[in-house]
Every structure is written in C-alpha cells, then in structure tokens.
Design a binder for this molecule. Structure first.
Ligand SMILES: [Zn+2]
Ligand SMILES: [Zn+2]
Length: 367
C-alpha cells in the first residue's frame, strides 16, 4: 500500500514528506494505523548524526495507533485494538528478560540498529529502494508495520497523544524515578532538563512523595512549566548550579539527581549536585561515542552512586498500563506535556520548536 511518511535521506538535511510503499505485515508483525507520534530528541539525533543509522530512514519511535491488520502467528492482539508502541521490544526469555531487565533484552538489538525488521528486511521502500525503519517502528508515517511484541494494548479512553508519550518520554522519566532509582518518600530530587523526559521525572518524583524537586533549565518559561508539574524550586542553567542546589539543601546536595538531556557536562554536574551517599541517574540519551569524566576518588570517598537508565528500566507490558491508570486517576497529568500538535507535513517546524525550547512536547497528529 501507499503511505505518506517523513523521510530522512541523510544527516543534517530536513525531513521530506514522500508517498512510499509499505508491504503487508509478515509473520509476527502487525500493521498499525498511526494516530499520534511524539517529537522526541532521539529522532533528532539521527538528523544531527549523533546516532549513526542506515539511511534513508523513517524515524519516529514514540507512537500510538490502532491495529489494522495482523500477520501470521500473532496472538493477543485484534484488529481495532488501540496500541502504544514500545521501542525496546523484549523477548521474555533471554538472560536479561528473565531477570526483569527487559530494557536490556539482547534478542532484538541487532535488527533494531540495522534499521530492519527481525528478518533483516524492510517493509518500506521508495521506487524499489529500501527505506529503513527506526527502532522497528518508523512511526513518522500514516501507517507502520511493526513487530507484534512492540504493541502494548491500551484502553480506548486513553487519548492517542498521551499513549504516544507513554511509549517514550513519560516511561523514561517516570521509570527513572520509580524503577531505576526507586526513590523513598521525602527524598530531595534535582532534575537537569525540563523537556518531555525531565517533566516526566518531576511528575514521577511528585507521585513518589519527594519533599523537594529542583528543576534546572535554560529559561524561566521552562522552570515555570516544571513548577506547574510539581517542582518546588527552579534554577536557571546560567547560575552556579552546584552552589544554588547546595543553598537549597542545607549545604548537602540532593539525594537524587536525574540527568534528562544526554550531555556529558550535565552528567558530570549530576554527580556534583548529589549529597555524599546520593545517587545520580543518567536518563538522557547521549551521543554515541561521547565520554563522561566521573571522578573515582569522589565516588569512593563520598559513596556516591551513578546509575544508567535506559527507557526507564521499564517492563512495558507492566508499566505502560500502570502509567495510563495513574494518568486517568489524575496522579500523572501526562496530557499537559503536550504543548503543541502538528500535522505530519509540519515535522520540520515541530523539530525547530523543540530545539528552540518552545515546546514541552510536540505531537504529530497522524489521524
Ligand atoms: Zn530478552
Ligand atoms: Zn523518545
């Protein structure tokens, strides 16, 4: 079938809307009518070249939609199901999955980074030339063929935009707090970066009963937004952040710092602003090949802990429905993350707004 999609042909070029060919789902795959896709920094890393990827590619890894047809051997999904897409599918049986570390599953990593489906081929093409799929999802398109294991059924009452956010930013940020750090009630928390992931950290920390949530970002507008989500304090990034945070925490530093951007200097800052015995959680995706200087002498003498957090250390089949429930109960106001909605044709404008910090989270309305 023919579908409209946003194609990235090479790094540092704009997305281009093209009508491409999409093959039907094969064994273990599902065709999803895309309804919403989040404008996330991880796709932008393909544009900047920070994440090397085969091209041309259809990016988009934060999506939701409706199951339209089902390939051979798929169980547990039906046509018409609303689904949230999981960009880190897990097999359930490998070394990591049986230990509940599904975000580290080793079974799907190869094809995902090759930009193909599990059988090594693509379902997308343009004039006979294969087009690669980012994260096996490729959801910057009207329709997507995805592995059935990527589809987590969602209640129909969950808005598509909220469901898309649960597929990446919300799960990364909330999971960083509830799964990776497992913060205790009354903890003090700092969040470096108040974008989609950082604001999700704020929501997660509030839900977990943090006594103090200090947001750090570049503009007053972003700090105001963070306060709306539950931050108790805001620190501008051109301030002496370490000093300001010590001042706000009786000279000690915070119990937990969450780095939600993916920049080495902020990862180092996260270590500096935690108190002795505190934990720094690195949840932002940093450029492939980047390096961070974490001083071993301080880690040892001050018993500081650094934790990596990939996809919120989540188990999507367990966590996505939980976050949807918490959204519906009012505990996680995920809909308020969506500051602007765009059409697929407006994708370049959506990314410009994200880079300029004009949006908490933009969503492409693909309905
Ligand atoms: Zn696995
Ligand atoms: Zn993402």
């Amino acid at each position: 079938m023919k579908v409209k999609a946003a194609i990235l042909s090479s790094p540092t070029t704009p997305f281009k809307i093209e009508v491409v060919d999409l093959e039907p789902p094969r064994k273990g795959e599902v065709l999803v009518k895309m309804m919403a896709a989040g404008v996330c920094h991880s796709d932008w890393h393909l544009v900047t070249g920070d994440t090397p990827h085969p091209m041309p590619v259809v990016a988009g890894h934060e999506g939701s939609g409706v199951v339209e047809s089902i390939g051979e051997g798929v169980t547990g999904l039906a046509i018409g199901d609303h689904v949230c897409l999981n960009w880190a599918p897990s097999c359930g049986t490998c070394f990591y999955c049986i230990r509940g570390q599904n975000s580290l599953c080793s079974a799907y990593v190869g094809p995902i980074w090759a930009g193909t489906m599990q059988d090594g081929s693509t379902r997308l093409s343009l004039n006979g030339t294969p087009i690669y799929h980012f994260s096996s999802l490729a959801c910057f398109a009207e329709r997507a063929v995805v592995p059935a294991v990527c589809c987590i059924p969602m209640r129909e009452s969950i808005p598509y935009g909220v469901s898309a956010l649960i597929g990446c930013a919300a799960t990364t940020g909330i999971g960083a707090v509830l799964n990776t750090a497992q913060i205790a009630a009354r903890s003090t928390v700092a969040v470096l970066g108040a974008g989609g992931v950082g604001l999700s950290v704020v929501m997660g920390a509030k839900h977990a009963g943090a006594s103090q949530i200090i947001a750090v970002d570049k503009t007053e507008a972003k700090l105001r937004t963070a306060r709306d989500f539950g931050a108790t304090n805001g620190v501008l990034s051109d301030a002496d952040i370490t000093e300001e945070i010590r001042f706000l925490t009786e000279g000690r530093g915070v119990d937990y710092a969450f780095e939600a951007v993916g920049l080495p200097y902020l990862q180092e800052l996260a270590l500096a602003i935690i108190r002795p015995g505190g934990t720094a959680v690195l949840a932002g995706i940093s450029p492939v090949g980047s390096a961070t200087n974490l001083p071993g002498a301080i880690l040892t003498r001050q018993e500081k802990t650094v934790k990596g957090c990939y996809y919120g250390s989540s188990v999507p089949a367990r966590d996505f429905p939980l976050y949807a429930d918490l959204y519906q109960s009012g505990a996680l106001p995920l809909d308020r993350l969506i500051s602007k909605t765009y059409r697929l044709e407006e994708i370049n404008e959506a990314y410009e707004d994200m880079i300029e910090g004009r949006t908490a989270r933009g969503i492409l309305d693909l309905s």
